[in-house]
Design a protein around this ligand. Structure first.
Ligand code: T3D
Length: 263
């Protein structure tokens, strides 16, 4: 596929997906969704990729749905926004959650609407100090989507989640980190280097263990303690037979750094 709305490249185990509609703050069109889905399929099938970094071109991360996208513009009949969510945003979150590698959102500017949700759907979100998170939905008469109602209350608690979503105030990156919405905030000019170092670190880690960690953490709210303990045991059983576990233990015993392959 020839990408017009994103940039995608992979090298040394790190895949980088850049939302590339800077003039429109990288807001999502149907075409961009198709390209993102194609790039995520590449990540899923290319075993040399060990981590995915998502960022936005220009001054923003992503402003959510492009409100001028022909698919969304009101004609004689109102569009079915539920269909748009089912067709694009729900699969996007599920693809990210089921991705076989860890994911990092490099939030270089405003993340609004589904753009904020996209950052939250990644495993680790790192933002520059000038970035912000905006639950823009109520400003246009909608309720949050793309998993925002799932991720927000789990990370910041119900009081803050409801305040953010109902009032649609911009949450500055530093407060987002303070509240536990994102992993880290750094100076704007340190963002690229910080994310590069993190991506390199993740690309050298035991990939399957990281992904099982994500899955277990996200499954917990819907499980009883007993169900969660069983899930943990299942993952430990599987990982216990992995190359990376054998390597991790051998490296520990031999007092040397491990060489994880993701197998
Ligand atoms: O279809 C559905 O609705 C279902 C799916 C919903 C998921 C959603 O994401 S709903 C939420 C959609 N997003 C928004 O409502 C955010 C709208 N944007 C804003 O509120 C502001 O742009 C920001 C707060 C994000 C940034 O403000 P600011 O002042 O830094 O930038 P700006 O001047 O508003 O935007 C710069 C340009 O990007 C501008 O274009 P122009 O006038 O220079 O040609 C603006 O129109 C464009 N832009 C920003 N966001 C969007 C957008 N164009 C289309 N859609 C956008 N979402």
């Amino acid at each position: 596929m020839n990408y017009q709305n994103i940039l995608f490249a992979a090298a040394q185990g790190v895949a980088r997906l850049t939302l590339n509609r800077p003039d429109k703050l990288n807001s999502f069109t149907g075409a961009m969704h198709g390209e993102v889905a194609d790039a995520l399929a590449k990540v899923q099938s290319d075993k040399s990729i060990r981590v995915l970094v998502i960022n936005g071109a220009g001054r923003g991360f992503c402003a959510g749905q492009d409100l001028a996208d022909p698919e969304m513009v009101m004609g004689d009949t109102a569009p079915d926004i539920g269909d748009v969510v089912e067709k694009y945003y729900k699969p996007l979150v599920l693809r990210l959650q089921n991705l076989r590698v860890p994911t990092v959102a490099m939030v270089n500017g405003v993340a609004a609407g589904a753009g904020a949700s996209l950052a939250l759907a990644c495993d680790l979100a790192i933002a520059g100090k000038s970035a912000s998170f905006l639950q823009a939905f109520s400003k246009i008469g909608l309720s949050p989507d793309t998993g925002a109602t799932w991720f927000l209350p789990q990370r910041v608690g119900m009081a803050r989640a409801l305040g953010l979503a109902m009032l649609a105030d911009k949450l500055p990156a530093e407060k987002a980190a303070e509240w536990g919405l994102i992993w880290q905030v750094v100076d704007d000019d340190a963002l690229a280097a910080t994310v590069d170092a993190l991506a390199k670190q993740l690309a050298g880690m035991p990939t399957k263990a990281l992904v099982r960690t994500r899955q277990a953490m996200h499954a917990a709210p819907n499980h009883t303690l007993e169900q969660q303990l069983s899930m943990e045991a299942g993952f430990m059983r599987e990982l216990g037979w992995s190359h990376d576990y054998a390597e991790g233990v051998a490296a520990f015993m031999e007092k040397r750094p491990p060489h994880f392959t993701g197998d």
